[in-house]
Design a protein around this ligand. Structure first.
Ligand code: PSU
Ligand code: MN
Length: 309
């Protein structure tokens, strides 16, 4: 027995017709961007997936029911509500069991996507090891999820508020393939480049799809992280952001911000300190990730294990 899943009309049709589907998360809507830009972005991202030839499935828990695909009114309501939980692996089942409403992080969206048979998911950037993680132990559950749940996650790397070298070390330890798309270095969320060499590089959606299918066919658990650089014209250079990130981090420390609040606090402060520029870049990179994810989903739908072995 598995838990009931409520599919939107569009996603239900896509499933019946075997169309490629791309999962989208909802924490970015409720905790990652301010209203009304959050709802506008969620709609744009869904449209990007559609224009690229796949079907979007935004995921959330509403009144205790896991929703895969949201109707426009549900997306609106979620984007304006201010008492929505931020769900990860640890609390998703409790939210469903108690009839709660929650937005899914990368980890929780991967779990839901996998339950719904969706293999590709687009987000902004995954969570990871926070700076000072050696003392705080604050390492996102997103990393462990990538090691266990077979979903390909397209992000602009990990968010640059994090300790990126530690984040990628943990991913390597966990056996998660980190694949830079079209370049030799890892991107850094708002910036196209970091100074970190990419462990793997691929230049086409079909290769990425083949890699996930091969992984599963080998009995290796888990997904893969596709690190897709923000388009050059939309990026904020890392040098410009560095002092702003430093200021946001020191404010978080001074105000004892901890646990689930850390990432939303930092994103919110960086938005204010950049006069909204960080949000413009964030929107551009999510849309870019949605387009690539659609291409990967289209290729996955065409391929079978025989094609890759
Ligand atoms: N991508 C964005 N903005 C976000 C997120 C991703 O552009 O807000 C969210 C995702 O839901 C991710 C979460 O799982 O940030 C990380 O939270 P934490 O660091 O608490 O694990
Ligand atoms: Mn955390």
């Amino acid at each position: 027995m598995t838990i009931p899943i409520h599919y939107s009309e569009e996603v239900a049709h896509a499933r019946a017709d075997g169309l490629p589907i791309v999962a989208l998360e909802s924490t970015i809507i409720t905790h990652g961007m301010p209203f009304p830009q959050n709802v506008a972005t969620a709609r744009l991202v869904e449209d990007d997936v559609r224009s690229a030839g796949a079907v979007p499935a935004t995921i959330a828990v509403i009144d205790g029911l896991l929703h895969v695909g949201l109707e426009p009114a549900q997306l609106d309501a979620l984007g304006q509500a201010n008492d929505v939980a931020k769900l990860s692996r640890a609390d998703m089942a409790a939210c469903i069991a108690t009839g709660g409403t929650g937005a899914t992080t990368v980890a929780a969206t991967m779990i839901a996507a996998n339950l719904a048979g969706i293999q590709v998911f687009a987000t902004g950037g995954i969570g990871g090891a926070h700076r000072g993680a050696e003392l705080s132990f604050d390492i996102s559950a997103d990393l462990q999820e990538l090691a266990q749940t077979p979903v390909t996650v397209v992000g602009a790397g990990a968010k640059a508020i994090l300790d990126l070298p530690k984040t990628f070390e943990v991913l390597e330890t966990l056996g998660v393939p980190v694949i830079a798309y079209g370049q030799d270095t890892l991107p850094a969320f708002w910036s196209a480049q970091s100074n970190l060499a990419a462990p793997l590089r691929m230049d086409s959606a079909v290769d990425i799809a083949r890699a996930q299918i091969t992984r599963s066919a080998m009995g290796l658990s888990g997904g893969q992280l596709i690190a897709n650089p923000i388009p050059q014209d939309d990026q904020i250079p890392a040098e410009v952001l560095a002092p702003i990130i430093a200021q946001a981090l020191s404010e978080a420390e001074a105000q004892n911000v901890s646990a689930k609040q850390v990432t939303p606090f930092l994103l919110g402060r960086i938005f204010e300190l950049t006069d909204g520029q960080s949000l413009t870049a964030n929107i551009a990179l999510v849309r870019n990730n949605a387009r690539l994810a659609a291409q990967i989903a289209i290729n996955m739908a065409k391929l079978t294990v025989q094609d890759v072995t």
